[in-house]
Design a protein around this ligand. Sequence first.
Ligand SMILES: [Zn+2]
Length: 351
Amino acid sequence: MPTPEPNRAQYSEIWTDLNTRLNRIELSDGGLAAALDALKSQQLDLGFIKDDLHSMRRYRFAHPEDPARFFLVQYNPVRALRFSGAGRRTPPEGSVAKNDGCFLCPDNILWQQDGLEMGYEIKLNPTQYIAWMNAFPLMPLHCVIANGNHVPQEWCLNGATIECLSLEKMLDDLVRLSERLPGYVGFYNGKGAGASIPGHLHFQFFKRPDLWPHFPLEVAALESGIETHGTIHNYPLAVKFWRGDPEDIVEGAGSWIRRWLSRNSDQFLSLSANIISTFNQAQRKSELYFVPRHQSRAQSPEMSGTIGGIEVLGEMIFSSEEDGKRLERGEIDYHTAERILSAARFDGVDA
Ligand SMILES: [Zn+2]
């Protein structure tokens, strides 16, 4: 007997109640971060979040000659279970899979996750986003913030024929969400640069961990002494960095990225990026990192997973059993992480 579809009316009633409650929390002192905290508790209670990260281990590997420089590696044996919890792929009788069963379209999520997965509607004028918790998080409060519409992950430039977000709108949305989530790191993974669902535009956000809350990429930005914008040195990846008010960052980064795309137009269809955004509350400044990527350089032979936003920040996610054993045997060090990131390096940021 196939499982019947969860009760749609009941689901939508719980959804509305939950969203009303979360919105009230957001409008009180805690802001969006408090609303996400409450969503996480609800999703843990319902059993949608399968891992509370109790088995996750993080390692810090310092550079042998310069201990201020370091990389992080994490290993979590529970992640091996994530494929069994990925949700159903074929709809029950009476349901239709929309957009090829996209895992970020709310109509599909209802039957894919048996009514367990609930989201929080974030209004970002005039666009709507929905925050969804990660069932197998990589970081504390790790969530996906997905566009309310099924629009592709790629940005649009002039002359695009399909409906999608312009580069500037995408940057603006990412930066605006970050501004509402101080203490979080937000990022965009382009197609072939760690995006797991390239059909539906989404960002990922997570709360900074208590231990080692600042990432190697951020330390490299600080060491580079960049005031408003510049290139980060002392890092295995080529990275462009901006700091300032949201409007200035979106304008500056937008025009720089357009120039970068046109300089590399011969490889246009293979170009991708990781874009990382944080908000420094003490200085009231946004910070944005643009990491140019090429879709053919998504992996390293020294790590089983794809190189995405968290690796780019300087924390390698070791997920296979073999990865875990190499860590235990002491076969991993600073230079391993450096080589993993170098495999994804795509130059051409200095022109
Ligand atoms: Zn979708």
